[in-house]
Design a protein around this ligand. Structure first.
Ligand code: NAD
Length: 439
């Protein structure tokens, strides 16, 4: 089968590489010529484990890159839309890229095809795409919703072994085409769930809202542990041992970030407002997510006697390990806030230094922020260290070396990954998220 994917970002490129690796001929389309040039040199423009190998293996035999959309969709049975749907001022998803691509595909299509929205879009978007298509197309185009559930950091595995493949369509031909396309990832058991486009659109937001709610809930419990004198680690394990609750997404920390949870929750709340449905739980999950960074800052102020003229080392800038994505990363919020309160930051990350630099330059600037490749160098002369992203290389650090590098003694474990007693034994003061202070 030959397909095209419009939008070659985290989702489009991962989907393209995985489909190509399963034998499908894929043409990836993007408007970003610089990105396409990089890809044509075999250079993947962002960090995602194993993606570069997969791209190199399949390009150019089964995986092509172009900015020419009309040529890319010619002869294709399935065309995906995987462009961004960034948040607007009021929280709603910006659908302009999706609708623009729908119009371009409709105008250029010379034969019947399935136009499949993989971007995360609010309920009702399939209908809007249909209206655009009906206005501009001269041939039959079947509009399908196929939300994507991959996680950055584990995207290839998620795509190759999905928990479920949601296909929202009322057209049998389009459904059959997608079932054939996904067959290589659907061998072990049937993972395809067919439903209406509206249900498919809601599934994606509901899943993200549920996961984000788990995180916000556990962060609230961690704060209670802190104030009451409990240990959030003991509570987490005991609560998560209940199979109905489960262990995943129950880790107290600095809150959720990234390109999906914050934006999708706000979009869901906004959709509720538009439809007159109060999304109280999702709204609370968003509001609660502001809590952990603020709480940590207040503790730092108290422990360090204010942040003015203090130097804070930060380990980890990406919103989670195994990605260079810093969109809405708690570590960047923390960095900006420390600077705002008069301190300065020496930050490090194994993969996200470039993306963090770009984002900081685009927002608050790099004033009083030093980005360093070496974690112990980041500690040099700092009053405290904050572990903000739980990269594996930060989980068993050389504590005496940290102690020797810092000028202060405080270690704030924003992800509860260190052993408090070991930190205290090294002569440092340990403070976690909802855990008793030691040292
Ligand atoms: P991204 O910003 O990494 O990539 C989007 C790409 O689309 C960019 O390369 C951009 O240049 C391109 N683009 C924009 N307008 C275009 C146009 N008119 N024609 C061709 N290309 C165009 O975004 P992403 O993270 O891949 O997310 C894409 C969608 O998938 C979003 O709706 C997102 O919510 C959803 N999603 C993302 C993830 C994730 O983990 N990143 C997971 C599931 C779903």
């Amino acid at each position: 089968m030959k397909i095209a994917i419009v939008g070659t970002g985290y989702v489009g490129l991962v989907a393209g590489a995985c489909f190509a690796d399963s034998g499908t001929h894929v043409t990836c389309v993007d408007v970003d010529e610089q990105k396409l040039e990089k890809l044509k040199r075999g250079d993947v423009p962002f960090f995602e484990p194993h993606l570069a190998e997969l791209v190199k293996k399949n390009w150019p035999a089964r995986l092509e890159f172009t900015s020419n959309l009309p040529a890319a969709i010619d002869g294709r049975e399935v065309v995906f839309i995987a462009v961004g749907t960034p948040p607007q001022e009021d929280g709603s998803a910006d659908l302009s890229h999706v609708l623009k691509v729908a119009e371009q595909v409709a105008k250029a299509a010379k034969h019947e095809l399935a136009l499949v929205t993989k971007s995360t879009v609010p309920v009702g978007t399939n209908q809007r795409v249909r209206e655009v298509v009906e206005k501009h197309a001269k041939v039959k185009i079947n509009v399908v919703s196929n939300p994507e559930f991959l996680k950055e950091g584990d995207a290839i595995n998620d795509f190759l072994k999905p928990d479920r493949i949601v296909i929202g369509t009322d057209d049998d031909r389009a459904y059959d085409a997608l079932a054939r396309l996904y067959a290589p990832f659907n061998r072990q058991r049937n993972r395809i769930l067919r439903m209406s486009p509206k249900s498919a659109e809601i599934v994606k937001y509901a899943a993200n809202a549920m996961l984000a709610t788990k995180i916000s809930f556990m962060n609230e419990i961690a704060r209670l542990c802190d104030v009451a004198g409990g240990d959030a680690e003991h509570v987490r394990v005991a609560v998560g041992s209940d199979e109905r609750i489960g262990m995943q997404f129950l880790y107290p920390g600095l809150g959720f970030g990234g390109s999906c949870f914050p934006k999708d929750l706000r979009a869901l709340v906004r959709t509720g407002e538009e439809l007159g449905v109060d999304m109280a739980v999702s709204r609370a999950a968003v509001a609660a997510n502001e809590g952990p960074v603020r709480y940590l800052l207040d503790h730092m102020e108290k422990d360090l006697g204010g942040l003015r003229d203090k130097v804070i080392a930060i380990w980890g800038l990406a919103f989670k390990p195994r990605t260079d994505d810093v969109r809405e990363a708690p570590a960047l919020r923390l960095t900006r806030e420390i600077v705002k309160r008069g301190g300065s930051v020496r930050a490090t990350d194994p993969e996200a230094l470039e993306t963090a630099k770009e984002r900081l330059l685009a927002t608050s600037g790099l004033d009083r922020v030093t980005l360093l490749a070496e974690p112990y160098e980041a500690c040099q002369g700092a009053d405290a260290l904050v572990l903000a992203t739980e990269w594996s290389e930060y989980r068993a650090p050389d504590l005496p070396r940290i102690k020797a590098s810092l000028r202060g003694r405080h270690l704030f474990d924003g992800r509860n990954v260190l052993v408090p007693q070991a930190v205290a034994d090294a002569g440092l003061v340990y403070r976690g998220m909802g855990r008793p202070q030691l040292g």
